[in-house]
Structure formats: C-alpha cells, structure tokens
Design a protein around this ligand. Structure first.
Ligand code: ATP
Length: 284
C-alpha cells in the first residue's frame, strides 16, 4: 500500500520575541498560517525493519539528519512497529528558507505512518510526538491558523485570515536561525508587533488591517546581516504588494496581495532577478 501526504509551508504573519529565558530559549508569540506551496510525501511499507528516504533534490540529508527520517524512527520506536518504510520526498518548499519545510515533512510523516500502520493515534498525541522533533512540528500537524506561544509549541487555533494571494521570494543565501536568534537583543526591541490587534483583525476578516499589522522582530537582525533580503522586501513593496514581511528567521520574504492580476505582476517583476519566486493561495 502507498500513502500520499501533502506537507504545506508555513508563514508567520506575526513573530514577536518577549524575552530570553533562563534555559536559553526565546519566549515567542507568533501567528502562523499555511500556504498552498507544499512538499509531497509518498510512503510505502517495507518488509525489512529499515527507514529509507529519497528525494528529487540533492542538497538535503537523506539519513537520520532528515526530519522525516527522525519522525519515522520516533513513531516506530514508540509504537513498536517492526515493519520498515520507504519515504519519497518530492520537495517544492525552498530549503532553509523560514518556511518550516523540514518540520512540515516531519508532520506529514507522522500523519502518514499513523494511517499506513493503522495505529489510531489521536491528533493531540501526534502533536505531542511532534514536539519532540521541533517546536514548529505540532503546528504543522494541526495546520490551519494558530497563535503559538512558549518556544512555539503552545498552540491556540484561531479562524483563518481572509483568502488572498501570497507571493514568496527567497534570495539565494542561507540564513542560520541560530545566528539570527543569537544576534537578537530581546531586551532592546524597540517596536513589538501587536498580537491582540492582529488576532482581532483576523477575526474581523480585515485584509487591510492584517497587512498593516504584519510584524517580525527578527527582520531587523536578518536585514542588517543580509542586504539582499532588504532589497527584496523593498522591491516587493515597490511592486505594490499590500503587505510585506520576512517569514521566520528568513530569508524568504512574502507579500500578501488581494488581486490576482497584481500578484501576477509582482511575480513577474521579481522573477527578473530572483530565481525562487512563487505565487500561491493562502490555505484557508
Ligand atoms: P524553520 O522555518 O523551521 O526554521 P526552515 O524553512 O528554515 O525551517 P528547513 O527547510 O526545515 O528550514 O531546513 C533546515 C535544515 O534542515 C536544512 O538545512 C536541511 O539540511 C535540514 N533538513 C532536515 N530534514 C529536512 C527536510 N525533510 N527537508 C528540508 N530540509 C531538511
């Protein structure tokens, strides 16, 4: 039997850091939602007790460093599954981009293997398992739109934002999440985005207010380290996106756009100098 699972990318409509905790982690407040840009995972049972990963892209690890591999091993260990699995990752989400591609693959693997091996694990339990793999994984299992607190693993589901186009562009650079967080001075953030205002704007389905309230406190750090990201953000603004923000720790920048014709114009304008550009729908 073959199981197919979609692993969509996430974007942060809001990312705030409240403080650095004594355990070294940052206390965050985020609003996360999913977009219709997804990896596709194919899972097939193997008679031998082994986990085999393949992908059409050559630049991601296929061994135990792959988050899908780690998810498969976790579920096999915890539920004493003796069969093995072959997982093919059809990667469409740019890698190391701030779009949680690896976390979403891990989430899709947990969901898929639960079905393949008929384990009957509840969504809540899958989310608890996912938290052991990474703080974005529980959100990727639940999907939808959510406020995330703590290290990002405490989730509160909220209604979806209004439907719109999302143009994503990733400059050809690698950003280290660890470096961005280490350079952030949580006690010196001048302007915190407002979570209550954003939650209210989403509840009221006000596209204009959502666009004006977009905020990510990691932007200043990444933009100062990588001028390319700053340039991309300015271009998207000049091309007329209704709201523009960097996702996660970057380097992907996304623009929210109400009109399809404008989304197409922005997409074409960016394609001239940026190779990785996507125009997709928000998943609502
Ligand atoms: P986040 O938004 O959670 O920080 P990201 O979008 O920045 O995630 P990923 O695409 O998840 O980053 O990749 C980060 C690193 O994880 C990559 O450099 C890659 O080597 C490794 N990795 C492990 N598993 C995967 C996977 N299934 N897909 C992509 N990268 C993976």
């Amino acid at each position: 039997m073959k199981i197919l699972e979609k692993a969509p990318a996430k974007i942060n409509l809001l990312l705030d850091v409240l403080r650095k905790r004594d355990d070294g982690y940052h206390e965050v407040e985020m609003v996360m939602t999913m977009v219709d840009l997804a990896d596709r995972l194919e899972m097939q049972e193997l008679p031998r007790d082994t986990i085999v990963i393949s992908s059409q892209v050559g630049f991601i690890p296929l061994d135990e460093k792959n988050l899908a591999f780690q998810a498969a091993r976790l579920i096999k260990d915890r539920y004493a599954v003796k069969q093995g699995v072959y997982i093919h990752l059809d990667k469409n989400i740019p890698v190391a981009a701030g779009l949680a591609g690896g976390s979403s693959d891990a989430a899709a693997t947990l969901r898929g293997l639960n079905r393949l091996w008929k384990l009957g694990i509840s969504t809540e339990e899958l989310m608890r398992l996912g938290a052991e793999l990474g703080s974005d994984v529980p959100f990727c299992i639940a999907g939808g739109t959510a406020i995330a607190r703590g290290r990002g693993e405490q989730l509160e589901q909220i209604g979806a934002p209004p439907q719109c186009w999302v143009v994503l562009a990733k400059p050809p650079i690698n950003v280290s999440t660890v470096e961005v967080y280490s350079k952030l001075r949580a006690d010196r953030i001048v302007r915190h985005p407002s979570l209550p205002a954003m939650t209210e704007a989403i509840g009221a389905q006000s596209f204009e207010r959502i666009c004006s309230l977009l905020g990510n406190v990691l932007e200043d750090v990444t933009l100062s380290l990588y001028p390319e990201v700053h340039h991309l953000k300015s271009c998207m603004q000049k091309l007329g996106a209704d709201g523009v923000l960097m996702s996660g720790s970057g380097p992907t920048v996304f623009g929210l756009v109400a009109k399809e014709s404008k989304a197409a114009r922005i997409y074409n304008g960016l394609r001239g100098f940026c190779k990785e550009v996507y125009a997709v729908r928000m998943l609502t």
